[in-house]
Design a protein around this ligand. Sequence first.
Ligand SMILES: [Zn+2]
Length: 497
Amino acid sequence: MEQYIKTYKEQLQKLKAYEYAIWLMGWDKETETPIQGYAYQDEQFGVLAEAAYNLESDPKYIEAIEHLYEHINELEDPDFQVEIKKAKKSLRIVQKVPKDEYLAYQMLVQTAMPIWVNAKKNNDFKAFAPTLEKVVAFQRKLVKYLETDELKGYDVLLDFYEDGMGVKEYDQFFNTIKEQLVPFVQEVTKTNLRFPKRLRTGPFPIDKQKELANYLMAVFHYDLEKGLLKESAHPFTSGVTSTDTRITTHYHEDDIKSSIFSVIHEMGHGIYEQQNDEKYDDTALHGGTTLGIHESQSRMFENMIGRSFAFWEVHYPKLLELFPKQLKHVSLVEFYKFINEAKRSLIRIEADELTYSLHILVRYEIERALISGHLKVMDLPKRWNYLYSKYVGKRPKNDSEGILQDIHWAHGSIGYFPTYALGSAYAAQIYDAMNKDLNVETVIRTNQIALINHWLKEHIHKYAASKSAKEIMMIATGKPFDPQYYIDYLKRKFSNL
Ligand SMILES: [Zn+2]
């Protein structure tokens, strides 16, 4: 037994070193690497990725995991048991998917991205369709390789991104949204609000926006000794340990909202990982437990805290100080309405808090039909446009603002989208539970967000990936996940607006 533990840990240490180098390259690519440097970087990435694959498929390593898994009850440390269960589960790719098919697929998704970029730019779905056909064909095969008694069809893919969530669970969730949210949204978004032109278009000088980002990092106690803020085309968070979790944003001179809420959103992700117990840094359990729980932290920061009236009661004066001319005739109430404007829109990443999950509902129904074979790739644009008018209430005029808008399917990420909506719903339930221990609104109004961070650390963050999403919901809220909290929260907030 001891020997197997030793083998596992030594191999993991090596793997982590490769992963660290690969992580650093990925971070660098998004934030620093000059365009001409990409090709050389990709070559080195290829070498390291193959070396990492060889370590993962090393028979010695597999044998150790298999043995430890068979004797899992003899392992004393419960965290180590969780780690071995996860390691065993991830072996299925090496063990069940033929290596040549898997590697060919990796190449396919590498080349799919520029094809998608061009198709989107030229509004030409037909140019992307053959590639997408291949991606979907592989995903359907993957499903067949990995199906178990519990996980069938689309379940297999959903489970990749959110352990424990399959079609049955998601159907329940999305049915609640369909029945209760779709009619409410249609009511709320009947009329469009009017705002001063200057508020919509600025300009808001970038150097002032940077000053604001620094101010926000201090307000939220994002730890700059364990992280930093840079710029990238699309904002993201990237962490490797509790001592190194970085975030990015993107500044738009004509848009005051974009960077404010990106920074707050990414800090939700970042603080989650900075507050992981550092004992997990050297294990396979560092990081968030699932994408859904991760997203719950970012959405709570962004929407429930960052878009609350209480928050801007304290911080609007800072905004007025930075942008005195642009906000001269904008009252606090007007600004609050502006940052919570709900409208029927076509682009997911620009969607507001209220309508966001309807964009995900469309994608969920499409993915499910694609994987079951009920929907063909060539029929996607028609289906997409139909579902947008049905659920969101607006029909795309072309495929660039419709079926081609997201990068996920080009990456091969099918089953990923639902975690975005789930995250918002988890957040509402967690926020409700936090309110039983703290008066959150008062905490926000008195600028004590450290108290919120502390609560989240004790109930969610410190556990890293050592607890499942279901366990985290029980620890944090005392109840299993219930989407009703989310619906009620949205109805309360947007009825008052
Ligand atoms: Zn996020």
